[in-house]
Each structure stands twice: as structure tokens, then as C-alpha cells.
Write a protein that binds this ligand. Structure first.
Ligand code: FES
Length: 533
């Protein structure tokens, strides 16, 4: 892929860009967005950049209309018209104001099955995946089956704790916080929609009135915190398998607050206190129940949800996968964003660290951590117990001695071991409950935090994934959003979710004898032993 070298007041960065991609689209997934107000049609003239050199497309008619001859002579181009043909270099000297919202990379999106409803009016719809760490939003023209744009940004409830339990505890300690957390999430969703309308459509308020549906999926705690229910009960194991009503108590108020008077607010019911509607959205997107028995899905995140299809039922559970997989609680951990080490390769006694976007190292994400641990293990620098052969000191082991942000510590490794042990033990218990064996798995869908960057062989080497044939393992970055999009487009989201939920058998691992022993067994960094039938 060609490399785009970008200069800006904030520094320099390199991006890998697909041939034919516009510079605006390439920048939209980073923190360095250009100004925009027309959806990239070349009519607003706001997205100016300076072309320094490289192999790019010729100026378009829109650029001749919007830029003066002097500007063109200086190398000024419209980022939405400027397409990459080979390596190129630009200066972004008039960036958009900083925003928490970025576009979701195109490679993460799944085109949902479309059964387009016949809509006379209010043809736009919004699909939302309300995650513990991130919120993902997609705006659709439902009549024509066109995804207008997507956004991903941090869930602002993170100020009350990185994981679900901290946030629920925050509300339990002070119940008045429930309204505050609900407002934070509702405001974030509408900010994302407004960001899309402002940049990709060019009109905000009139378009809000044309939105006919907002469909939101998420884990149960996030949905409870969104509706203001608070979800204090969810910290009590007695409620983990109970149905939880997360419908908005005041949909009309939401419509008014959001300036969406015609929007039906749809929150498909979560499966139970510890299994959300996001897992059902994953199942919709991956079509797992259209498979024969022996298909499993894990949605890796702060809370890892797992489903196993036995041909008739879905055995479902969740475990505290731990924020480690999302880079939270790791010394230099960060989400899978530009600058995050996502792959690690040995190079003699040193390491090659690949970052997302080929940017300068800013930290390490979940897949990078799994990779680093697998490589250190293979080199004997790390023992299967998780201890370093030679203790590296308080700053940790630097994968790149010139960059302290590439360091991982013993505490980071311990957090990873706990998360992977919980996940592997839970997968094993589901198989046992369904009377299936590891070797019966003919398909394993890995959704969520690792995205597309997880090295399956390395994940298998450290015991995060079972040692199945690689062809049976598929990686999905944003399956929950894709499931929400599919339900939005069908206009029958409630029915689709209810049909899948009816096939679930929830399994509370804390009530299963043997889970804890299995968890302890899986703590060591070694491949999962696949039982023979
Ligand atoms: S002219 Fe490029 S986004 Fe409007």
C-alpha cells in the first residue's frame, strides 16, 4: 500500500492508504481531520491541504471551481478530491478543530444484508453500538440502502471507571449519578450523529427531523446506564441470569432532547444481566446460527461475551475479559488506533514493532500485547509462568529501547494472563455444557477489541485461542455495529433480536464447579490442550 506522509503543527505521521482512496477519507480515521461540510462532493471547499509531492490524481473540476489559480499554483488541493496513486506527502495547515469522533476504517465495516423497507418519509436511520470503551455510530439512508458515514469515539462514562463494575459501583454508591451517566452517553450519541451530518451531509437540524429510527445495542450494563436505570442490581450475581428491562422510560423525552421528533428509539432487550444485545448483534452479523453445530463466537472486550451454537441452541456466557485486551490497565496500553503497536516480530535479539497506521509508537494495543508475549515466550525471555527470565526493572521490558512507550511490565503480562485464562476457561466450559469438544469447532469468530490485527498463531501459542486450523478462525472488528445496522435496515430489529434470544441458554460460570480450576489451569502461557473425543 502507498504511504502518505503528513506534516502538521502537531508533528509528522505516516499512513498506509489504499490506491484510489481520497486524502480526506484517509485522514478521517485519524485525529488530524480536515474541515469538511459536504460529504466529500467537492462543493464546500473547506477541506484544503497542501500537496508537497507524490503520485496523486490530477485536480478535478471541483478543485478548479473552488480554488483560485494562485492557490492551485501553491499546491493547494481539496483533500476529498485528491486521490492517492502512490507514495505522497502533504501539509495539513488548516485542520478541523480537535474532535473525539473519527470515521471507522472501511476495512472494519461489514456490508449488512439489506431488505430495504418501503419508506415514504423519515428515511434516515442510526445504528449504535454502545461499548464500554467506545461508541460506534452509523448513519444510513434506509430507503436506498446507503451508509452515509460512521463514527467511533470514546464512551465519556469512562470518567467513572474503565470497566462495567466500576461504573455500576459508582451509581450504587451515589444513585444520583445514574442520571449523570445516562446523560453522558445520550449526549455522546447525538454528538456523533451531528458530527456526521455536519461533515458528511452539510445540514444538521433539518436532517435530524428526517431520522426515523435509532437502534442501539450494547452490553446490559451500558444499556442500563444509558436509560438511567442505573443497573445497581447487576453487580449482584443473583441478577446475572435475570431479564433486564432497558427500554427507555421516556422515549418522547429522548426524541425532544435529540431533536429527532420522528425517530423510533429501539433498544433490543439484552439476553440477561451479564449478556447484552451486542452479542446478539454479533450473531446476526456473522450468521452463526445458519451453521451446523460447533460454531463459536467470542466478542473480546472489557467484558468478553461468548456464544456456542450446538445446532439448536446458543449457549452463552460472559467473563471479565479484562480491559487488558483493550489496552486499559496496561502501562502503555491504548486502543487499536494510529500509533498503537499491533504486531511484534523478532529480528535477531531485537524486535520489529508494527504500529497501526505505521505511525510513531504511542503505546501498545491488545493484539500487540498478545504478539509481544508470544515472541518473548518463544525467545525464552518470558517463562510460561509469565515471569521474565531476567527481571527488566520497574520500567518494564522495552521492545524498542529508543521508545519507552514500547515497554511492557510484569503487571501488564499478569493482566493479560488473567484475561486470556478467563476467556479460554469460559470457552471450554461452554463446550462442556453443550457436550461438544474443542475439535468439534468448525468455525470460531473472534469479534471486538483485537480487530483484524490479531496474529492467530501467536494467540494460539499463548493459549488465548484454541489451536484449530487457521482457516476455521475468522476475525471481525466491528461485528456488533454491523448487526445493529442489519436490524436497522430490516425495520424489524426487535423481532430479529427476540428470535435469536429465544434460542439462548445462559450459563453463569460462577455457578459451575470446575470453572475456577480450569481458569487456574489456563493461566500459564502455553497452547490450549485440545481434548480428543
Ligand atoms: S470540498 Fe472537500 S469535503 Fe467539501
Amino acid at each position: 500500500m502507498p504511504t502518505l506522509l503528513i506534516h502538521a503543527a502537531t508533528g509528522e505521521q505516516r499512513l498506509e492508504v489504499a490506491v484510489g482512496q481520497s486524502v480526506r477519507d484517509a485522514l478521517d480515521v485519524t485525529e488530524l481531520r480536515v474541515r469538511a461540510a459536504c460529504g466529500g462532493t467537492g462543493t464546500c471547499g473547506a477541506c484544503v491541504v497542501k500537496l508537497i509531492g507524490g503520485n496523486v490524481s490530477a485536480p478535478t473540476v471541483a478543485e478548479y471551481m473552488k480554488l483560485t489559480p494562485e492557490e492551485r499554483a501553491e499546491g493547494t488541493r481539496l483533500a476529498c478530491q485528491l486521490r492517492i496513486k502512490g507514495d505522497a506527502e502533504i501539509l495539513v495547515d488548516q485542520p478541523a478543530p480537535p474532535s473525539r469522533w473519527k470515521s471507522i476504517p472501511a476495512e472494519n465495516l461489514i456490508t449488512p444484508a439489506q431488505h430495504l423497507p418501503d419508506l415514504p418519509a423519515h428515511i434516515y436511520g442510526v445504528a449504535v453500538d454502545l461499548g464500554t470503551t467506545h461508541i460506534r455510530v452509523a448513519l444510513w439512508d434506509r430507503k436506498h440502502g446507503k451508509r452515509i458515514a460512521t463514527r467511533r469515539g470514546p464512551n465519556p462514562q469512562g470518567a467513572f471507571g474503565a470497566d462495567v463494575l466500576n461504573r455500576l459501583d459508582a451509581v450504587r454508591d451515589r444513585p444520583e449519578r445514574a442520571a449523570e451517566l445516562a446523560k453522558l452517553a445520550r449526549t455522546a450519541i447525538i454528538q456523533a450523529v451531528r458530527d456526521i451530518l455536519a461533515r458528511d451531509v452539510g445540514e444538521v437540524k433539518p436532517m435530524m427531523a428526517e431520522i426515523g429510527e435509532v437502534l442501539i445495542v450494547g452490553n446490559t450494563a451500558m444499556l442500563a446506564l444509558l436509560t438511567g436505570y442505573g443497573g445497581e442490581d447487576l453487580v449482584d450475581p443473583a441478577y446475572w441470569q435475570a431479564a433486564v428491562d432497558c427500554r427507555p422510560p421516556d422515549a418522547a423525552v429522548w426524541q425532544a432532547l435529540w431533536f429527532m421528533p420522528h425517530a423510533r428509539i429501539v433498544l433490543p432487550a439484552p439476553v440477561a444481566g451479564f449478556i447484552g444485545s451486542d452479542l446478539i448483534a454479533d450473531l446476526l452479523a456473522t450468521r452463526l446460527t445458519e451453521e451446523p453445530a460447533g460454531a463459536m463466537l467470542i466478542d473480546v472486550g472489557t467484558n468478553t461475551e461468548i456464544a456456542l451454537w450446538d445446532g439448536a441452541h446458543l449457549h452463552v456466557t460472559s467473563v471479565p475479559g479484562g480491559p487488558a485486551f483493550e489496552g486499559v490497565g496496561i502501562r502503555h496500553g491504548m486502543p487499536a488506533e494510529p500509533g498503537a503497536i499491533c504486531r511484534v516480530r523478532p529480528a535477531g535479539d531485537a524486535f520489529i514493532c508494527e504500529t497501526i497506521g505505521h505511525s510513531e509508537v504511542r503505546g501498545i494495543c491488545g493484539s500487540g500485547l498478545a504478539d509481544a508475549i508470544a515472541v518473548l515466550l518463544a525467545q525464552g525471555k518470558l517463562k510460561p509462568s509469565g515471569r521474565f527470565a531476567v527481571p527488566p526493572g520497574p520500567e518494564g521490558f522495552a521492545l524498542d529501547p529508543a521508545n519507552p512507550k514500547s515497554s511492557i511490565t510484569g503487571i501488564d503480562i499478569d493482566a493479560f494472563q488473567r484475561a486470556k485464562a478467563a476467556t479460554a476457561a469460559a470457552m471450554g466450559q461452554l463446550l462442556e455444557q453443550a457436550k461438544l469438544h474443542w475439535s468439534d469447532l468448525h468455525r470460531l469468530c473472534v469479534c471486538g477489541a483485537f480487530g483484524h490485527t490479531l496474529d492467530v498463531a501467536h494467540a494460539q501459542a499463548v493459549g488465548l485461542l484454541p489451536p484449530l486450523d487457521a482457516a476455521r478462525i475468522e476475525l471481525f472488528a466491528d461485528a456488533s455495529l454491523a448487526g445493529a445496522e442489519e436490524a436497522l435496515l430490516s425495520g424489524q430489529g426487535d423481532t430479529q433480536f427476540a428470535a435469536l434470544t429465544a434460542r439462548t441458554k445462559t450459563i453463569n460460570l460462577s455457578l459451575i464447579s470446575g470453572y475456577e480450576d480450569s481458569y487456574i489451569n489456563h493461566l500459564r502461557l502455553r497452547p490450549i490442550v485440545i481434548d480428543s473425543k
